[in-house]
Write a protein that binds this ligand. Structure first.
Ligand code: ADP
Ligand code: MG
Length: 231
């Protein structure tokens, strides 16, 4: 059985419907989707050790089944440069999450590679009651949330479909290079869309998948946050 199926089965056995970020990222990795390097720490010392292994700067995040939107809970601290930063952030995140939800179960603190800033894109999938697994693409920030500038295709999709999903966006010119932003690696985004299509087709129990954001670079792209919800 492939790793992604094992992870999904384990989540179901635990009676959960939402995969934790590290679980969702492992599922993504199993389908060749690039994600930030990460490790889950259960102590400050471990977090500092992992930061060295991963390489500074790092990002720390809460891992809790009771915290779905991590930054809303003060559960994300980015651009940590030193061991002292990591120690402070570790304590601060636990404190913030406790204030947000005193009963939140804490699985650990995720230490991950800090991805360089770039154009933020969103890759998603939803299981439509009528059409089944559907893949979504948009640009981060106001483009999806305010302008609803998104494209959808019923899965499975082809490389041509994926390319169209990207080029048909009103915001597409932002991916072709403007002012001092270099053009984004469209092929890398196409590859991620194709992998997501395969992932949800082969795992029909996935109700919702949200890679938000996926940072688009001149060469390659990287998933910084992943959420997967089961039906
Ligand atoms: P959530 O969506 O659950 O609030 P995210 O993991 O998406 O939490 O983190 C919030 C924001 O922090 C992201 O949208 C991104 O801008 C930034 N961020 C998170 N992880 C990283 C990372 N590894 N590298 C760079 N930026 C990050
Ligand atoms: Mg996010």
């Amino acid at each position: 059985m492939r790793l992604s199926q094992k992870i999904i089965n384990q989540v179901k056995r635990e009676g959960r419907l939402v995969l934790l970020e590290p679980e969702a990222k492992q599922v993504c990795m199993d389908y060749g989707i690039p994600v930030t390097r990460f490790k889950v720490a259960s102590s400050v010392a471990e977090a500092a050790q992992y930061a060295v292994e991963i390489g500074y700067p790092v990002v720390l995040k809460i891992v809790s089944p009771d915290v779905i939107h991590k930054s809303d809970a003060g559960g994300v601290m980015v651009n940590l440069q030193t061991a002292a930063d990591v120690q402070n952030a570790y304590q601060k995140i636990l404190e913030n999450v406790k204030n947000y939800n005193a009963n939140a179960k804490i699985v650990g603190i995720l230490v991950q590679e800090m991805a360089p800033q770039s154009t933020e894109t969103i890759v998603g999938a939803i299981k439509d009651p009528q059409f089944g697994q559907t893949v979504m693409f948009g640009l981060g920030g106001i483009f999806v949330e305010v302008l609803k500038d998104v494209s959808f295709r019923i899965a499975p999709i082809t490389a041509d479909d994926a390319k169209e999903m990207i080029t048909q966006l009103k915001a597409y010119p932002l991916l072709t290079g403007f002012r001092n932003t270099p053009p984004a690696d469209i092929d890398a985004l196409v590859a991620i869309l194709l992998s997501v299509s395969r992932l949800v087709m082969e795992n029909p129990e996935i109700k919702e998948l949200d890679l938000n954001p996926v940072l688009a670079y001149q060469k390659g792209a990287k998933t910084v946050d992943a959420r997967i919800i089961l039906e």
